[in-house]
Design a protein around this ligand. Structure first.
Ligand code: SAM
Length: 218
């Protein structure tokens, strides 16, 4: 078991659930809106990787007709997510799946949209994880994977609250959302041979957009 996985115990998942439902709460609808506005994908299958308490899964399901699978390797996170999904009245639209991003238990060419927030910074082997992501992405599909708070105002208000709660958070977040990390992820995408990608680093956050082409269509 990896060190990261061990950290996500009952306490870790309880903390994440509490932060997601309080300080982070306003960011999820804004991120979901950014995703839908950018790609216009509102039907089909969406996978949320490292979904935690599933608030991004809930926001995207509320704004679209997508069938969402919330995948996380932590049973404790799933317990929190299950309550949140039920409370949102979305149990028929969001399925919880226990799984590891390094070995995703889904078929090739499966998902129209793959989203993930705040999780990739914890992945042990980003090469393996992104090979899996590219494998399950449907031709014509898109990814929006990374970290951030949706816009500048939310970044500023969430940062101020998080730093008050934990002064080390500023450095942790700065390292995650940084030019160095952009270079690390770009190098990884080149290494594994993803032909069509874009990396955003700005007010929206740090996001990796991968487009998988439909065979025979340029
Ligand atoms: N995406 C959620 C959000 O923004 O509220 C949760 C973010 S939380 C900081 C990171 C999540 O990624 C945790 O729920 C953790 O269990 C999950 N995670 C980390 N590594 C993972 C892996 N290799 N496979 C699946 N889930 C993973």
């Amino acid at each position: 078991m990896s060190e990261n996985k061990q950290k996500t115990g009952k306490k870790g998942s309880g903390n994440m659930d509490e932060i997601a439902k309080t300080i982070f709460a306003p960011i999820y609808p804004v991120i979901a809106e950014n995703i839908i506005r950018r790609f216009g994908i509102k039907t089909g299958i969406c996978i949320d990787l490292g979904s935690g308490p599933a608030l991004l899964s809930i926001a995207i399901a509320e704004m679209s007709d997508l069938s969402v699978t919330a995948l996380d390797y932590s049973n404790e996170m799933h317990e929190a997510a299950s309550g949140n999904i039920e409370e949102a009245g979305l149990s028929d639209r969001i399925t919880l799946m226990c799984g590891d991003v390094h070995n995703i238990p889904l078929d090739d060419d499966y998902a129209d949209l793959i989203i993930s927030r705040g999780s990739m910074f914890f992945w042990d082997d980003i090469h393996q994880a992104f090979k899996e992501i590219y494998r399950i992405l449907k031709p014509g599909g898109k990814t929006y994977i990374g970290g951030g708070f949706g816009n500048k105002e939310l970044f500023e208000s969430v940062s101020a609250k998080m730093i008050r709660k934990n002064p080390k958070w500023k450095e942790f977040n700065r390292k995650n959302i940084s030019e160095e990390n952009v270079t690390r992820f770009k190098n990884m995408l080149e290494d594994i041979g993803v032909p069509d990608y874009e990396v955003i680093l700005g007010d929206e956050g740090f996001w990796i957009i991968i487009s998988k082409s439909v065979p025979g269509v340029l």
